[in-house]
Design a protein. Structure first.
Lengths: 251, 598
């Protein structure tokens, strides 16, 4: 996998200016306020995990950051640029974000190659071809299955296609919503290993994950949400040190 | 002068079509573009009987209306589970079939139709034979008034409230115990019978029944009249019929355009008018809930009601409200109210529920806890009949309820709330709660919904006193429940405009109104701002103290800890542990299952 465009910067989350900063945002659907005064920051090359029970607002937070949900209150900035309350996913992609939703992450009625081509939209033809070629080098199965409809692949293969698609534009920040959902433990671990490798290559990651130990294997810091508020933000090591039996009270 | 009488008569006949279609489309949300075809059924029955057998006007009228009503009941059967777009296709098909049959059968005159051999004769009523348009005005006024009164009585009553609930959210209506099937069948039957009546009148008035009189374009015209006038408002339907029916003669006579051109200009105006109306006033000329008296009243006290209706009650809830009854005295060992054994359900190759056992006790709160995808919500769907279980028993107070439809299970005393609330958005908060409250009765004439009062057509038309009394009591009770959850101040606000927290409270008031013994609460505290959570949890505890049997599905362990007496741990479609939340969370294996392993 080619290194991220942001990788040239020194990945030091504590000292460096945060890549993504979320300052006191509220967001929701219709009349339902889901997020309340959420604060978080992601440094360049840092991976964080969002934990919490179902309905706590984790997915909504990803969507708000990516511009899929309007932000009712608060500020959002990415790579030093403020993003408006109605910033769009198009702008988010242009600035260097990519998101993989928990469900429907590939276009099932398009072939693998067509899916990958959607990932290089907006790039020049030569550049696009070159990146798809790079993706093939990275994951030979993509070349072997280029003509196959994405929807006919196994769940794990579809996840791999979605990840390659998301990485086509070399994002600085990857938003991952439950990447191991529905995968067998072995395949889920492979997926997590790929995410870990991306982080070491300098890509920042916001990971939503139900499997807490798996999330702790990727993220260096965790945030726990409950009812749309962040109730805990701490180092992954400290969280692990609490012991599993003490996680219950946070969920 | 006869010209204008003729126009007036057609306005009246089409008012009958439009009013009855409004009951179907505006109130129950069942889209039909076959209304004129049902008119054809009525008209041809009357035409056949009067020309071939010499039947008199009144029996022919009754036969025509009855026949069309019967056809409407038949059409409702395939229509029961259709979404609006397929309903449009179905009704277009029905219209084509009816027109093809009457156009092809030689006995019925083929494409030329059947010419009447006798004029309408009102005997034994005064008026005698109706030979000139002028003579028709009074009888048609009477028929229109009758249609208006009956449809209004049905629409603006507890019966109509159920119709509107079905329109807004069929699943929620069913979950509250409304027999959706019966209501749909009846509303199709009644409205088709009125279409048949109008069709018979059209036959006698024109003295001919031909396919073109009842064509698909006529059905669409009736549909446009109803939309144009305003869905859910019968006066609007009359207005819509008048406007659309008068357009062509107005152009011809007043602006002096020759008939051929007037027809084309009418089409253009009509098309433009619809476009403008849809943009400017999507609810139609007279919107739902509009009445002259109400308009005058709201004009007079505009400012006052404005502030009152937007007042939001967040007052602490008077949970010990004596009028809502004292907590039931509980025996030491509370009896098991719901006993589930071996409940199983497969979706294709995936077992969502496999041999699940569950006991719920009176006056206790049980919680289903487990990792995502364990099948918790599926269990609720199986218990309430929304999904059909493959095997197992569900005994509610000793009675087997597996396999019964959702509304029957609800009427047997087990109701559920929904994670996403599912209020009837276009109805007011108090109407929502009233839909939960029903006077169940075992009297045979209360079949099929088993209710007394306005929700029962026999009571509605034959015992209006009972209907009025029950309606008043229902409203009072609903207000009590709203007061209990602290939302009496927004009783007359449309539910869809309330905040999510308020909607959740209204849904609890609605649930309490059902007086069911077993309450299944799907994520009672999810999506709620933390300042409302205490209110919600207090309310659930209040339900328990009233002797309800409660089961919650809740992802927040915190909420479970505060509420549940017994926790059932669910994984992969079965219960693998039960105990207090403390017992379960100190179990290392369950901890691993819940949070996952590397």
């Amino acid at each position: 996998m080619a290194p991220s465009e942001s990788a040239s910067r020194l990945p030091d989350p504590v000292e460096a200016e945060p890549l993504l900063s979320v300052a006191g945002i509220d967001a929701g659907y219709g009349r339902k306020r889901v997020l309340h005064n959420v604060e978080l920051a992601v440094g360049p090359g840092e991976a964080i995990a969002l934990l919490g029970h179902n309905g706590a607002g984790k997915t909504t937070l990803l969507q708000a950051v990516f511009g899929l949900q309007p932000i009712w209150k608060g500020r959002l900035s990415f790579a030093g640029r403020p993003l408006g309350a109605h910033h769009s996913a198009r702008a988010a992609v242009a600035l260097g974000m990519a998101m993989i939703p928990a469900e429907r992450f590939v276009f099932p009625d398009l072939t693998v190659l067509e899916n990958l081509r959607l990932g290089v939209r907006g790039l020049s033809a030569a550049e696009g071809a070159q990146r798809i070629h790079a993706a093939y080098e990275d994951l030979p199965i993509l070349r072997e299955r280029a003509g196959q409809l994405a929807g006919t692949m196994s769940g794990g293969e579809q996840r791999m296609v979605s990840l390659s698609m998301a990485l086509m534009r070399k994002p600085a920040l990857l938003l991952l919503d439950e990447p191991s959902l529905g995968l067998s433990p072995a395949i889920a671990e492979q997926m997590m290993a790929r995410v870990r490798r991306l982080v070491t290559q300098g890509v920042s990651v916001v990971l939503v994950e139900q499997n807490v130990p798996a999330a702790l294997g990727v993220a260096s810091r965790i945030y726990v949400l409950r009812s749309g508020r962040i109730i805990l933000a701490e180092d992954a090591q400290a969280f692990t040190a609490r012991g599993r039996e003490n996680w219950w009270e946070l969920f | 002068m006869d010209y204008w009488w003729d126009i007036l008569n057609l306005v009246l006949i089409f008012s009958i079509f439009a009013i009855s279609l409004n009951l179907l489309v505006g109130y129950s949300g069942q889209v039909s573009v076959a209304h004129a075809a049902f008119g054809a059924i009525g008209g041809y029955i009357a035409a056949y009987l009067s020309t071939k057998t010499g039947l008199d006007f009144w029996p022919a009228l009754a036969a025509g209306a009855f026949g069309a009503g019967l056809a409407g009941v038949l059409m409702s059967l395939p229509a029961l589970r259709l979404s609006p777009e397929y309903l449009v296709l179905l009704t277009i098909a029905v219209s084509s079939i009816v027109l093809a049959i009457v156009g092809a059968v030689g006995e019925l005159g083929g494409a030329y139709g059947m010419i009447a051999t006798r004029a309408a004769d009102l005997t034994p009523l005064p008026g005698g034979e109706l030979l000139f348009p002028r003579q028709w005005v009074v009888p048609l006024l009477a028929f229109t008034a009758l249609t208006y009164l009956i449809c209004r009585r049905m629409g603006e009553s507890a019966w109509g409230r159920v119709l509107r609930a079905i329109r807004d959210d069929e699943i929620a209506a069913r979950a509250l115990g409304c027999n959706v099937v019966a209501f749909k069948v009846v509303v199709f039957g009644v409205t088709s019978a009125f279409a048949g009546l109008a069709g018979v009148l059209l036959f006698y008035y024109n003295q001919i029944a031909s396919p073109s009189v009842y064509g698909l374009d006529v059905s669409l015209k009736i549909f446009a009249m109803t939309i144009f006038g305003g869905l859910g408002n019968f006066l609007g339907s009359i207005l819509g019929a008048a406007v659309l029916q008068l357009m062509q003669p107005m152009l011809e006579k007043i602006i002096q355009i020759d008939p051929g051109q007037a027809f084309l200009i009418q089409l253009v105006i009509y098309g433009l008018g619809l476009v403008v109306l849809v943009r400017v006033r999507p609810q139609g000329l007279l919107p739902e809930g509009f009445s002259l008296r109400g308009a005058i009243r709201s004009f007079k006290s505009n400012a006052a009601t404005e502030s009152a209706s937007h007042a939001i009650a967040v007052a602490a809830m008077p949970l010990q409200d004596a009028r809502c009854g004292a907590p039931a005295a509980l025996p030491q060992q509370s009896p098991v109210i719901l006993e589930v054994r071996g409940l199983s359900k497969r979706f294709g190759g995936i077992a969502a529920c496999r041999g699940l056992d569950l006991d719920l006790q009176r006056g206790k709160i049980a919680a289903l806890v487990g990792p995502n995808g364990a099948g918790k919500t599926t269990v609720f769907n199986l218990l309430t009949g929304a999904l059909r279980a493959d095997a197992g028993t569900i005994r509610l107070q000793g009675k087997e309820v597996r396999g019964l439809p959702p509304d029957v299970i609800a009427r047997n005393g087990m109701v559920r709330s929904f994670q996403n609330v599912r209020l009837f958005g276009r109805m007011t908060a108090v109407e929502n709660v009233m839909l939960g409250i029903r006077q169940l009765s075992g009297d045979w004439w209360c079949w099929p919904n088993g209710t007394r009062g306005g929700e029962n057509l026999a009571d509605l038309f034959l015992l209006p006193g009972v209907a009025t009394r029950v309606e008043r009591e229902t409203r009072e009770q609903a207000m009590e429940w709203l007061r209990l959850v602290g939302l009496a101040g927004v009783a007359d606000t449309r539910a869809g405009t309330l905040s999510f927290g308020q909607q959740k409270l209204v849904s609890f008031a609605r649930l309490l109104g059902t007086d069911a013994d077993v309450l299944l609460l799907d994520e009672p505290a999810s999506g709620i701002d933390s300042k409302w959570v205490d209110n919600i949890l207090g309310l659930v505890a209040f339900m328990r103290d009233r002797g309800k049997t409660i089961c919650i599905v809740e992802h927040s362990i915190h909420v479970v800890e505060r509420l549940a007496d017994t926790v059932f741990f669910m994984e992969l479609g079965r219960i693998t542990a039960r105990g207090t939340i403390g017992e379960l969370t100190s179990n290392p294996r369950l901890t691993e299952v819940y949070f996952g392993t590397v």
